[in-house]
Design a protein around this ligand. Structure first.
Ligand SMILES: Cc1cc2nc3c(=O)[nH]c(=O)nc-3n(C[C@H](O)[C@H](O)[C@H](O)COP(=O)(O)OP(=O)(O)OC[C@H]3O[C@@H](n4cnc5c(N)ncnc54)[C@H](O)[C@@H]3O)c2cc1C
Length: 568
């Protein structure tokens, strides 16, 4: 097999690529002249019976930046002993933390960033996919289907908004309806409910749909959540149940002995966990490498998304898409999604790139979104776009999730390569990872379930959702709720203070934005940012010059201009 792949790579890509076998995976080494060749080589190698691809190919004259690190260095965690260490505070790490919080064990979650949900888990569509897209039998298909069903109960327990709006696949050429039976087969294989809708039925459901749309299919189980609020909710629920969180904490090395992790090095000291869970998103391959268990590679796939003004929110009810009918495609093609807050999201695109933390957006990406998706709703224009952003999918060359106990390191568990539909699948992934972890732990020590586990977590109250009487009562009790700070989103000072004192406290301007939406409206924080900085300064007793937008050195105030008056 190795020889066959080597021959194919020599013929199709370059004679300078060397193939070998390592840890049950196929390893590629050498130098090529473009990133596309690195990617294509990985895809060719993935087409084999090896369990993964370790793609170490380099691009001539391309130096990849190293992982962004916290500025902080201290000994807060020095010699700390825990039962379980989770690396990564995205939806995967946080949902695992909540599952593990049901047990009487010491769990610590570390993330290198200033907050939870800083990377992919806040940079996505928040769609709870129905499970139609994944290849039948794949881990993606299994976990998506299970995860989707779990969200109804979870939304109640975690007090998060979850709208099961259903998703529509549309077609605008009459002959495309002949491809629809293929969808029916896929739906049957993946156990997904679906129903065909003709033009009239569609129009009844989606009043503003383009006249060019001929018909569609509805998947009623699809839904939508706020990705960052959901991730934080999982994290808070775990924190309420005694899971410890250490932010600004990067894992820099993992020391093993006799196929066991002995300790883990961080910028805040050496940690001694009994078990390590790798939930490090796009860096999960590098964590695996640190532990000497590399058998896969993450090839970052960027997705750009445009956010539309809320005033157009009423024009959409379900999730709309016009995907490619190519079932071999690695993306679902994007679409239009109505967020739980009422904005419309358009996108994402899918672009292979070498960089794991480059979130820049491009005119080409934006134009692709405008041309492909906006035209599906009559009356939506590109001037309705208020901002755009991007996220990076943690794709492996096998294009499936890695959810398993390490085959080599006895106390390592991987929840890696979790690209889309990772959000939809997270609760089911968390259940299985927790089970694997507890089983390993039971071999080392006695483990029992908590009797006093608290399933419910309460969200920060939202003034906007209250009646006039309720607001009045609240403001009389606490006048901070009567002071509106973000006018676009109608967020009061009281809500911002609640976010600062929540179970996983917001300590930055973006942290506030993710929890209560201050700065997420049409003006994108133009008016409220200085006021939010001031509240952070007062509540955290932190120098105003030290308040950041998103941790590290993202300072927002350079110096105080009115030096005699400290209330700047
Ligand atoms: C554009 C886009 C749209 C998407 N849309 C959807 C959708 O609609 N529905 C859906 O189901 N899925 C969607 N997805 C996929 C989904 O967002 C991901 O599967 C999910 O967020 C992955 O979560 P995660 O926790 O694995 O990764 P992340 O959220 O990236 O978390 C990993 C964390 O690990 C931390 N970390 C990394 N290395 C270290 C280290 N050395 N030390 C300490 N911490 C470390 C990082 O700081 C990061 O916070 C989308 C993805 C993209 C990019």
């Amino acid at each position: 097999m190795l020889k066959k792949i080597q021959k194919k790579l020599t013929k199709k890509i370059s004679k300078d690529i060397i193939c070998s076998e390592e840890n049950g995976a196929i390893k590629l080494e050498g130098e090529v002249n473009t990133w596309n060749k690195v990617y294509l080589s990985g895809k060719i190698a993935a087409n084999s019976s090896y369990r993964g691809v370790i793609n170490k190919l380099k691009v001539k004259n391309l130096n990849l930046p190293s992982i962004s690190k916290p500025l902080l260095k201290d000994t807060k965690l020095q010699n700390k002993k825990v039962d379980v260490l989770i690396i990564g505070g995205g939806i995967i790490g946080c949902s695992i933390a909540r599952e593990l919080s049901k047990w009487k064990i010491k769990t610590l979650l570390v993330d290198k960033e200033y907050d939870l949900a800083v990377h992919t888990s806040s940079r996505n569509d928040g769609m709870i996919h129905p499970g139609i897209a994944p290849r039948p039998g794949s881990k993606k298909a299994i976990y998506n289907s299970r995860g989707n069903k779990m969200y109804t109960k979870l939304a109640k327990e975690l007090d998060i908004e979850f709208n099961r709006t259903g998703s529509l696949i549309l077609y605008d050429k009459w002959y495309l309806k002949f491809a629809l039976p293929l969808l029916k087969i896929r739906a049957h294989e993946n156990k997904v409910r679906m129903k065909f809708l003709n033009k009239k039925e569609l129009k009844k459901r989606e009043k503003y749909i383009s006249a060019e749309i001929e018909g569609g299919v509805i998947f009623p189980d699809a839904g939508i959540v706020s990705p960052y609020k959901t991730t934080i909710a999982f994290g808070e629920s775990a924190a309420i149940n005694d899971v410890e969180f250490s932010l600004d904490t990067i894992v820099t090395n993992i020391i093993t002995e006799n196929n066991e992790i002995k300790y883990v090095e961080t910028n805040r000291g050496k940690l001694y966990p009994k078990i390590v869970i790798n939930a490090a998103g796009v860096f999960s391959d590098e964590i695996a490498e640190m532990a000497g268990d590399r058998f896969f590679t993450i090839h970052p796939r960027k997705g750009e998304i445009a956010l539309l003004d809320k005033k157009k929110g009423h024009m959409l009810y379900s999730i709309l898409s016009k995907p490619s009918l190519n079932f071999k495609s690695t993306t679902k093609g994007g679409g239009l999604v109505k967020t739980v807050e009422g904005n419309i999201l358009a996108g994402p695109t899918a672009i292979e790139q070498p960089f794991k933390e480059d979130y820049t957006t491009t005119p080409e990406g934006l134009n692709a979104i405008i041309n492909k998706h906006l035209k599906n709703i009559k009356g939506i224009r590109k001037t309705d776009i208020i901002t755009y952003f991007s996220g990076i999918r943690a794709s492996t060359y096998k294009e499936d999730f890695i959810i398993e106990k390490s085959q080599k390191i006895n106390n390592l568990v991987h929840a890696a390569g979790i690209q889309s539909p990772g959000f939809a699948s997270a609760p089911a992934i968390a259940e299985d990872i927790s089970k694997i972890t507890i089983d390993i732990l039971k071999e080392k020590t006695r483990v029992v379930k908590k009797e006093n586990w608290i399933p419910k977590r309460k969200k920060i109250l939202t003034l906007k959702d209250m009646t006039f009487e309720e607001r009045n009562k609240l403001i009389h009790k606490n006048p901070n709720y009567g002071e509106i700070i973000c006018r676009c989103e109608e967020i009061s000072k009281g809500e911002i203070i609640d976010a600062i004192h929540s179970p996983i406290p917001a300590t930055t301007v973006d942290g506030i934005k993710k929890r209560v939406r201050a700065g997420m409206g049409r003006c994108q924080g133009g008016f409220c940012a200085p006021l939010v900085i001031k509240i952070l300064n007062e509540e955290l007793s932190k120098d105003i010059l030290e308040i950041t937008k998103k941790g590290k050195d993202s300072y927002m105030v350079v110096e105080e201009t009115k030096r005699d008056d400290k209330n700047v």
